[in-house]
Ligand binder design. Sequence first.
Ligand code: GUN
Length: 283
Amino acid sequence: MTAQLIDGNALARQIRADVSGRTAALKARGIQPTLAIVLVGDDPASQVYVKHKVNDSSETGLVANLERYPADMAEADLLARIHALNDDPAVHGILVQLPLPKHMDSHQVIEAISPAKDVDGFHVASAGALMVGQPGFWPCTPHGCMKMLESIGYDLRGKHAVVIGRSNIVGKPMAMMLLAQNATVTICHSATADLGAMTRQADVVVAAVGKVNLLTADMVKPGAVVIDVGMNRNAEGKLCGDVDFAGVKEVAGWITPVPGGVGPMTRAMLLANTLEAAERAAG
Ligand code: GUN
């Protein structure tokens, strides 16, 4: 193995410790940082995710209030609830767990969240703020990836980063964050013709498609930093990313594992964003 591991668990622990300390400081001023988590319906994966978010919050001193609603909830009722949470000064962050039931318009629902409480960073105002370099909340997964690059002291200036995947919550914001650090950025699609020709030029590759073995050793420049955002199950049912870890670790300079890489960082950045929302509200 030539690559050094970027340990998401260890870095997430550091971020949670920082959040804990700053939370204690706010509490000493009589402010309890609070996250409202809204879950509609009973999607099994969503139930696991929100449980993690509630536990992560309480471990760092944040309060996470989980509100559960039936799958047949009317969209108007959900919007009314979000407006009430927007108006509640005791609530600093609002997270609506996705996916929502099919009869709801997720975009409309997310747009109802006050940008000041949009700790997921999914609101158009949050995306716009990132694009123009203004303060706002950054989506947790790409923000966590940037923290991973920062943790190894990586200077992105003048480097070529290739992002594979163009989702609104990972690929596109990731590209903006890399650009803001003066990298040259190429955004690819899983269907990009000769993807390897692109990735072989990259000093940093971020794989965020959701496809097992999307990135193989022959597609990686020796010494490159490889960040694996994928969360898949392989043929044996084992959790794995988009990167052929066994092969790529022999070529890359740095690599993130799955599990124990980007996943814990995403969870930690939600806590950081929630605390940040409370700090901004406190002034
Ligand atoms: N569903 C899967 N991931 C996420 C996430 O990061 N935020 C929300 N709100 N829903 C999700």
